[in-house]
Structures are given as C-alpha cells and as structure tokens.
Design a protein around this ligand. Structure first.
Ligand SMILES: [Zn+2]
Ligand SMILES: [Zn+2]
Length: 395
C-alpha cells in the first residue's frame, strides 16, 4: 500500500465511523448540541483554538500555520444540521431519532472538515491562519446569518471563505466548481386574504376571499411570463392554499404560501415587488384585504471568479483535471452559504457522490468521498496560504 492509499484507508475507517455516528444521532437546526460537542472536542484534542456557541450552536476553530505569517486568513465552512424528516434507508446506522434525518449529507460535510482540521493541525504546512467554521441551521437558511450576527467575521477575520456540498447527480470522485451563480435565491412567501364571509347563495353580501385567491394564483404566473426578461429565469410556485370548510359557506379568510427562485438579485427584487403590487391590485379589485410576507429568504449562491478559479486548480490536483467540472447548469435549490459569500469572496464546491438525491428518504452520504473532500480542503489551504515569498503573487 502506498502512503496515500494507507491514508485513504485510515480516513475511511476512522472518519467513516465518526460520520456514521453523527448520522445515527442527527440533530435538527439549532439543536446541534451533541454534534457541536463532538466537533469542539476533536478540534481541542488536535490542539486547535476552539470557540463554541457562535450563532447559538456554531463552533469556530482557529489554526495558525508554522510558516512565516503571511497575514492571510481563510475560512472553511461546514454545515452540521439534519432535516426534519424520516429516514427510510434501512441502514444499520440509520437515524435513532424519529423525524430527524441527515438527508442532506451535512454529517459528511462536518466529518470532512474535522478530518481536514486534524490533518492540517498535524502538519501546519502553511503561512497565515485557517478558521474552521461549523455552522448550525443551514436547512432553515438561518445559521449563516446567526453566526455573522454573532460577530463571525469580526471575531475571526478572514479574507476568503470556502465550503463544499455533496452532489448525488455527479459521480463519486468528481468535483464541480464554477464562477458565478451556482444555486438560486430562494424566497418563501405567505399570503393571507381577509374578506367578508357569508352564504354561498348570497355572494353579493360577502367579499369572497377565495375568488381573490384564485385571481392571485393565476395572475402571479404572469410575473414570470410578462415581467421577467425572457433571457433570464424565475420560478414562482404556490405550494399550499387553504380556505373554507363547507361547500355553501364563503370563508372570511384564505391563505396561501409558495416559493420564488431566481438567479439574479435584480430579478429577485423585481418578482417580489410585482407580487406585492399584484396583491395590492387584486385587493382593490376584489374589495378584500391581502397581506403578503416573505418570512424566509436567501440570496443566490454566487462564486467569486478568482476564488472559483483557484479552487478549480486545486481540484485538478486532487482528482485529476478530467474529473473537475467547470461548466454545469446552475441549480434551483438554495443554500445559506450564499450569505457568507456576500460578505467575503470565496467559492462553493460540489463533490460528486452518486446515489439518491439530497432530501430523499433513502439518501445517504457516500463515505468513499470523505478523502476527496478532506484533500480538497487541505490542499486548498496549503496552496492558498503558501509561504510568504509566493504570497506576493496572489496579492
Ligand atoms: Zn438540504
Ligand atoms: Zn445541504
């Protein structure tokens, strides 16, 4: 066995067991106490300065290299939370908690960042410092903001930030990195329509909330087809509607919710504004009161060109250029690492892994890609924070 094969086997053994332990004990958003404790314990055992409770259950480790300090600091981020759904994998290490499941592979992301931190702590073969950012509550699109609000970038300054996510639609051993938009902005909307209830046979004495809702559902589709530039794209979908209980009673209240997905910030603003205007217009037209709220929102995940290029070159070394995808379709799902990328330049990197799609009840993180993610993180740090004399070229 070669050194690297040896290392790979050791990673699969020891860190695979850790990954499966986290998998069996999943914790939902902002409830990542056990997971955060595992992270903090292992970082401390590796001699890494460790801070807990950042953004509620987040953990940050700081490691300084042994080469002359370049002053450059980079951050690596992993998400720790599980989904509120049931697991149907039938695996021996399946979730022991009803209704909580690592169906997005954050157990794997957490394990890869622990593995990278431990290896970097052993060699410290870089100039400057690395911040290991273990984030809570990605699935609620809340953890990144919580850590930032808690002073993440002031208390632990960094010049760049990187993250990985597994991607079942790409093969295990492939890495996908590109500049620009990788994932869409996602905005949840909630609508409440208040009319005047009445008898179904006497609509002239009521103000029908259901007719108003019907007009709104159909009318809102024209925002995408008539307001958004045809060369751009947007999705506006209603996912729930509710109102009324009896066939002959006009309800006083109707509610609906849905999601908007966009790639460009201008388009995101446009669609939200047009939906607001449409609610106001239909309220006038139907003599009802329509309230619209956007309770959860997340910008598009946009990779910065220089950092994406750099990470792509590192990926070439890790899995060979033939396994690095630099052109692929942007995806409609969202990710709150996007918020961090609004504060710091960086890149979001996708690791192919085969298998069922994320959020499917039979999804499982593929342990065989643990060494890929760990090597990617380690090489990224060692190359980006190379010795000071080479640093000048980067500045
Ligand atoms: Zn997810
Ligand atoms: Zn995820």
């Amino acid at each position: 066995m070669s050194d690297s094969e040896d290392l790979q086997a050791a990673i699969l053994d020891e860190l695979g067991a850790l990954r499966r332990d986290i998998h069996a004990n999943p914790e939902a958003s902002f409830g990542e106490f056990r997971t955060a404790n595992i992270v903090a314990t292992r970082l401390r055992a590796a001699g890494i300065e460790t801070h807990e409770g950042i953004g509620r259950t987040g953990v940050v480790g700081v490691l300084r290299g042994r080469l002359p300090d370049s002053g450059m600091r980079i951050a690596l981020r992993a998400d720790m939370d599980a989904l509120r759904m049931n697991e149907e994998t039938g695996l021996g290490y399946a979730s022991r908690r009803m209704g909580v499941f690592h169906g997005c592979g954050h157990d794997g992301h957490t394990t890869m960042l622990i593995g990278a931190a431990e290896r970097l702590a052993r060699t410290r073969n870089f100039a400057g410092a690395v911040n290991f950012v273990f984030q809570p509550a990605e699935e609620q699109i809340a953890g990144a903001q919580a850590m930032i609000d808690d002073g993440l970038f002031e208390r632990f300054p960094c010049s760049e930030i990187y993250a990985v996510h597994n991607m079942p639609r790409f093969r295990a051993g492939q890495i996908a990195i590109k500049p620009g938009v990788v994932l869409a902005a996602g905005d949840q909307f909630e609508i409440a329509i208040k009319g005047v209830g009445g008898h179904g046979a006497a609509p002239h004495l009521a103000q029908d909330a259901l007719v108003a809702l019907g007009q709104l559902i159909v009318g809102a589709q024209a925002i995408v087809s008539r307001n958004v530039d045809p060369a751009d794209m947007a999705v506006l979908s209603f996912g729930s509607v509710a109102g009324g209980q009896a066939s002959n009673v006009l309800p006083e209240l109707a509610t609906a919710s849905g999601t908007i997905r966009t790639y460009r910030e201008e388009t995101r603003i446009l669609v939200k504004r047009r939906l607001r205007e449409m609610c106001a217009g239909i309220a006038v037209a139907t003599n009802t009161q329509i309230d619209l709220e956007f309770p959860i929102g997340c910008p598009a995940t946009v990779n910065h060109p220089e950092q994406a290029e750099f990470a792509g070159n590192v990926a070439d070394e890790v899995v060979s250029p033939g396994n690095v995808l630099r052109e692929f379709d942007s995806m409609m799902n969202s990710e709150d690492f996007a918020v961090m990328l609004q504060h710091k330049p960086g890149a979001y990197m996708l690791l192919g892994q085969d298998g069922m799609p994320c959020h499917h009840p039979q999804f499982d993180f593929n342990d065989r890609i643990l060494p890929v993610g760990i090597s990617l993180f380690v090489r990224l740090v060692e190359k980006r924070l190379a010795a000071a004399d080479r640093q000048g070229a980067l500045a």
